[in-house]
Design a protein around this ligand. Sequence first.
Ligand code: IMP
Length: 174
Amino acid sequence: MDKRIQVQLSAEQIAARVRELGADITRDYAGQELVLVGVLKGSFIFMADLARAIELPDLRVEFLGVQSYGDETSSSGVVQITFDLTKPIDGKHVLIVEDIVDTGLTMDYLLDQMRTRHPASVKLCSLLHKPSRMKKPCAIDYLGFTIPDLFVIGYGLDYAQKYRNLPYIGVLTE
Ligand code: IMP
């Protein structure tokens, strides 16, 4: 393990919480078709684990690529869709799967975007939330963990495109 990285959430803690989220989603969407929409790139690992924790026969998987302008550790709220859904979502139940809601600016934009496409419902599942930095409050229907205002890496989250492959979530100490 890299000594410069302090573990915030271990792989075991994450796995246990993802199982709980999967069980909640399975219960809430029982008997319905659900489209999971993973927000790239940060959500790719969470999405893969969450999808396998959801026991619905009618589960679809889509991805959205999003570029959020800003510096390396914070977003400006100017968001661009760089990769779009491959199928229309009108009339579908949509669950957006995000790695982290920080200022909320990215999610505010994306939720508005999705609603213009007339889905039956749109909800949000985020693995992490930093409430202290919230600028645009958005309801997180399924939340993994609330964390303090620290820049975290691992389990899909990057710093300058690195560290996404760490199996845990940590903080760089130098
Ligand atoms: P927001 O628009 O400020 O809510 O930012 C959301 C996006 O910023 C997330 O999807 C991440 O890509 C990135 N981000 C925010 N905080 C962190 C962090 O602590 N580590 C890695 N990426 C982060």
